[in-house]
Each structure stands twice: as C-alpha cells, then as structure tokens.
Design a protein around this ligand. Structure first.
Ligand SMILES: NC(=O)c1ccc[n+]([C@@H]2O[C@H](COP(=O)([O-])OP(=O)(O)OC[C@H]3O[C@@H](n4cnc5c(N)ncnc54)[C@H](OP(=O)(O)O)[C@@H]3O)[C@@H](O)[C@H]2O)c1
Length: 304
C-alpha cells in the first residue's frame, strides 16, 4: 500500500510518519519539501507522481486562539483552498484514493460540554476559533459533496486537544497542555517559587495523547469511509488544576501552583462522547494520562 502524508513535518504528521515508515511505502508533501498545497498544480503533480492508495491530510494552517483570530482570513482561506485542491486533484487522478483526516473538536458548537457527534453542527463554533473551526466544518462539506458526486471516500475523525512529544516550541503554535509543560519547566529552571495558572483551574478538558492519536489514524486504514465524523476519545477529562499538579509531579517541581483568577475561565467542561468510538474502534487501549505527561516532560527536557 502506498501512503502519502500531507503535513508530515507537523506535530501529528511527524509522529505518524515515524509509525508508518517501517511498514508501508510512505511519501510526504508540505511546503518545506517543496509542495504548497494552496497551489493546485503542486499538489496535483505530487499525487500524480506518487499514485497513492491513501492520503493522510494533516496539512493545516492553525495556531493559538490569538493567532487564528488575527489571521482569520488567511487561516480560513488556506485550509479550504488546500482541501479544494486536494479533492479536485484526487477526482481527476483517481477517485479511489482514500483520504483520512483529523478535525479538531474546537469545530463543535462553542457551548457544548459533552460533545456528541449528532450535535456537531447544532450551533456556532466558539467566536474565538471562528476561522479555524469553520474551516474544518467546510472540509467536511467538501468531502461529503465529493463522495456524493464522484464517490471519493474520506474518513473524518474529531480529536480533542492533543499533547505529547514532537510538538512545536513556538508559543503561537504549541498546544495547551504542552504549553503548560514548557512554562513550568522554565519556572523550575529559573527557581520560581510559584507557578501561575491562568484562571481558576477548574475547567475540565479531555486530552488525546499523541500516540493514541496516531494509533487511531493507523486503524482508520481499515475503515471504508465515514464522511460524517466520529469522535476519538473516552468522555474523560481533567481539570486544568489536576493537569498542572500532574505536570508538577512529573517535573518534581518544588514551587507552589497558584491561580490567577483575573483571567477568565473558558467553558466549564469540554469532553467528547466516546460511545461511537468504542463501537467502531473496539478494544482500543488509551495511554495513561500521567505516563503521557512524563514522556512529554522528557521530550521538552531533551530540547533544553
Ligand atoms: N494537534 C492537535 O492538538 C490536534 C487536535 C485535533 C486535530 N488536529 C488536526 O490534525 C491536523 C494536523 O495538526 P498538527 O497539530 O500536526 O498541525 P501543525 O503542527 O501545525 O502542522 C501542519 C503541517 O501542515 C503543513 N502545511 C501548512 N501549510 C501548508 C501548505 N500551504 N502547503 C503544504 N503543507 C502545509 C506544515 O508544513 P510546512 O510548514 O512545511 O508547509 C505542517 O507539516 C490538523 O488538521 C489539525 O486540525 C490536531
């Protein structure tokens, strides 16, 4: 089986490439290797040369809440343009190529606490992620239309916020939990007596460990196609305060965790309903959260 990974230098792509390379013939495409997917000819020629059976679409323009608001037009444009070019190329070259692509659960309605698939489109995404969340919804609409007219199959999966080794160290691009690890490592290095958590620490969030994310993407090779997305997750969350305590333990940081309540909390809870996931991905075993944090700490320490 020939596999093409779009975005193999990103957080998810890097880890997936490592996992698949020993078993499959894997090719990659992103700007740093000379393919700008926003340019139709570039992605068309790449797919034509490789003739893959499966494409992992991990190419994405995203970033922090602040970033996706400031660059809203570019974020929306790039994500949609890349996908338009991808689907059009596949339709022209070989509509049997299957696409596997993750969506972020920030594309759920802003007000959803327990995120259930059947309610995914029942409300607006949170204004803070308007551009990014809606660009992912648009990719779903695109996949559905290309399936209806040309029979192109897509496996769309909704993932919670992800953490683990391999993420960027750029504060505009790091994901929330990894960001807290980096900040606490810095506090430890400076010998700070306090580590400040923004807000009350009470909001509960579900986290996907990177190896679980990648294992799910690999198992998607066995799925025929599911345009309407399935959640990846287990309906289990940790409060920000609990996560901060686990990071403190993993680092053996001696300072005290304090909460700056001048910062407004986000929604009280955001976890994904994992019922459908457990039906489709039977016997999937999730990594332990603390074990994942330990590996993340090791990774960021190794970069110091
Ligand atoms: N990380 C998470 O917490 C998370 C959670 C749920 C879902 N997801 C989804 O998983 C996917 C991958 O996320 P990620 O965290 O790995 O993203 P990332 O670290 O930002 O990586 C993005 C990748 O896309 C490539 N790319 C960006 N613009 C491109 C362009 N114009 N042409 C070609 N390649 C381009 C980048 O490489 P170049 O810069 O070299 O082009 C990079 O390899 C996204 O769709 C995201 O929504 C991620």
């Amino acid at each position: 089986m020939k596999i093409l990974i779009l975005g193999s230098t990103g957080f998810i792509g890097k880890n997936l490439l490592q996992k698949l390379s020993s078993e499959y013939e894997v090719y990659t495409a992103e700007r740093s290797s000379g393919v700008d997917i926003r340019v139709y000819e570039q992605i068309f020629n790449k797919i034509k040369d490789v003739q893959p059976d499966v494409i992992y679409n991990l190419a994405s323009h995203g970033g922090s809440v602040h970033y996706v608001r400031n660059k809203a037009a570019e974020v929306f444009h790039d994500n949609v343009q890349m996908s338009l070019n991808l689907y059009k190329s596949i339709q022209k070259i070989n509509p049997n190529i299957k696409i596997i692509q993750p969506f972020s659960n920030c594309s759920y309605p802003g007000k959803s606490n327990l995120q259930k698939e059947e309610e995914w489109l029942n409300g607006d995404v949170h204004p803070s992620v308007f551009s990014f969340g809606n660009s992912k919804r648009s990719i779903f609409f695109l996949s559905k239309c290309f399936q209806q007219q040309y029979g192109v199959r897509s496996v769309n999966i909704l993932f919670p916020n992800t953490y683990g080794p391999g993420d960027s160290i750029d504060p505009n691009h790091t994901h929330a939990l990894n960001g807290m690890v980096i900040r606490m490592l810095d506090a430890q290095e400076r010998g700070d007596e306090e580590f400040v958590v923004w807000g009350t620490g009470s909001p509960v969030r579900e986290w996907a460990y990177i190896d679980d994310f990648v294992n799910v993407l690999v198992r998607c090779l066995n799925l025929e196609g599911s345009e309407y997305p399935i959640n990846m997750g287990q309906g289990k969350g940790y409060s920000i305060a609990q996560s901060a305590k686990l990071i403190k333990k993993a680092l053996d940081y001696k300072g005290e965790i304090v909460f700056d309540t001048k910062f407004k909390d986000g929604d009280p809870m955001k976890v994904v309903d994992g019922n459908k996931f457990s039906e489709v991905f039977q016997n999937f075993s999730f990594h332990d959260h603390f074990g994942g944090i330990l590996k993340t700490v090791e990774y960021y320490r190794s970069l110091k």
